[in-house]
Design a protein around this ligand. Structure first.
Ligand SMILES: Cc1ncc(COP(=O)(O)O)c(C=O)c1O
Length: 466
């Protein structure tokens, strides 16, 4: 191996490690300081990016700092920044500096967190963190869980666990219920588990974008009459488009009466349980069999931080337990996370959120969530007083939808202009078939001035001469 000034074999010497670490931190902090002045969205085609990143195979090593600077200075300017204070598209994932430090420590110490033998202390830490999350969202002590890469795998975990309640010879009869507004990861997970489309019920919603309990009840009864087995009902605690919350207590009762697992997808909205004043919106959550919560969304953890909580840990472990003789040395009566999810090798997922929650504290975290909700209401107010716009859905969490009154074409044009302009970013969706723009505030870095400036920019873009 050819050495470079900062590299001697695979690891540099201790002093060089320090210097490289300091440089990496400087690069990150400088970038974070400049973040508000950077464009939010950049949408280069691969014709631009491929030549930009193309390099010959590095047969001999090159300076570490050069690589770090290349990424930060030459590649990053082409990125769409979901952590930018004016990124209001989709569900923003702002991350956090302390969370990133946790990721670095987890990566540098590289504990094999899947088995007790390789990563006992990290597994115990994950258990501790799950207990904190459970307490923060006010669920009973019987809920356990596992950290996942995100909400999609948490939703998959719910389906896999629910299926274990059916006898193996009945798996082909299991049916799944969700609203037409539920996140696509639920139906995707069902497909992965071999549940054909003909056994997935995408049920209609009311005019507040919520499941209609009577329809769910009727659909389950019909399926039972035809010899099928209601397997899982998924309620949304915060749909992606409008933040709608399905009627949790009624749905829990219906699911359980028909023998189905009741899962609540709170990837977006479950974090509002940190706010006592919001808990009435999610009353009955403790009746759920399982819950998805995405710390990489509204708990400001860096990617990849998802969380699956369930009161039926036995079902979760039944879904994912598999073994090999080469695993025989592992203590079976301890926490072995490979039995709670699809992966064997996985890192210390807990550390980033553990460090973040421990450092920020639940009260300040709740205040940050409150601020997002308040800033979303401010954005809605500013849009609502402009008679050229119609607010199509009110914020239930921290997202609202609006459209230009003039025409759908004008709303679409506005979306294109916002993307091209790059000052802020919104995304579009459909509400009752109507094309709308979504404005979602979920970032501890967003200020009131960001909201005011962004709305002014939207107003001026609508007025932009064609
Ligand atoms: C309601 C909801 N559920 C699930 C997911 C999927 O989560 P992830 O992207 O972390 O896999 C999302 C993503 O935005 C979501 O909004």
């Amino acid at each position: 191996m050819t050495n470079t000034p900062d590299q001697h074999g695979v690891d540099p010497d201790p002093e060089t490690m320090r210097q490289l670490g300091y440089r990496a931190i400087d690069l990150v902090v400088e970038w974070m300081e400049r973040l508000p002045d950077a464009p939010v969205g950049r949408f280069p085609r691969s014709e631009i990016l491929k030549p930009l990143v193309e390099e010959p195979l590095p047969n001999s090593g090159q300076p570490v700092v050069e690589g770090m600077e290349k990424f930060m200075h030459e590649y990053l300017p082409y990125a769409t920044l979901v952590n930018h204070p004016r990124f209001f598209a989709y569900i923003p994932c702002p991350g956090s500096y302390v969370g990133a430090l946790g990721s670095f420590l987890a990566s540098a110490t590289n504990l094999f967190t899947s088995s007790w033998l390789g990563g006992a202390v990290a597994a115990q830490l994950e258990e501790q963190l799950l207990s904190w999350v459970r307490q923060a969202v006010d669920l009973p002590a019987e809920f356990g869980g596992v950290l996942t890469s995100g909400g999609s795998i948490a939703n998959l975990s719910a389906l896999a666990a629910a299926r274990t309640r059916l006898d193996a010879e009945e798996h082909h009869l299991g049916t799944v219920y969700l609203s037409t507004e539920a996140h696509f990861s639920v139906a995707k997970a069902a497909g992965l588990l071999g549940i054909s489309d003909s056994r997935i019920r995408h049920l209609a919603i009311d005019n507040a974008q919520r499941l209609i309990p009577a329809d769910v009840d009727a659909a389950m009864a019909r399926d039972i009459d035809s010899g099928l087995r209601p397997m899982l009902l998924c309620a949304s605690l915060g749909t992606t488009t409008t933040g709608a919350i399905d009627p949790i207590p009624e749905l829990a009762e219906i699911a359980h009466r028909h023998g189905a697992w009741f899962h609540v997808d709170g990837a977006y909205g479950a974090a509002t349980r940190l706010l006592p004043e919001y808990r009435k919106l999610t009353a009955g959550l403790s009746k759920a069999d399982s819950i998805t919560l995405d710390p990489h969304k509204w708990l400001y953890a860096p990617f990849e931080s998802g969380c699956f909580l369930t009161r039926d840990m036995a079902a979760l472990e039944a879904a994912f337990t598999a073994d090999g003789e080469y695993m025989q040395d592992i203590p079976r009566d301890e926490i072995n996370l490979f039995r709670r999810g699809p992966e064997l090798t996985r890192g210390n997922r807990a550390l980033k959120l553990w460090l973040l929650l421990r450092s920020v504290g639940i009260d300040a975290m709740a205040d940050a969530i409150r601020k997002d909700i308040r800033l979303c209401a401010l954005a809605r107010d500013l849009i609502a007083v402009d008679s050229r716009f119609e607010v199509v859905t009110q914020p239930q969490l921290s997202v609202f939808c609006f459209a230009a009154r003039e025409s759908e074409a004008a709303t679409k044009q506005l979306m294109e202009d916002i993307l091209e302009d790059g000052y802020l970013m919104l995304s579009s969706s459909r509400v009752d078939g109507r094309y709308v723009l979504r404005f979602c505030v979920l970032n501890h870095r967003t200020t009131e001035q960001d909201i005011r400036n962004s709305v002014e920019r939207i107003q001026s873009l609508l007025g932009k001469p064609g």
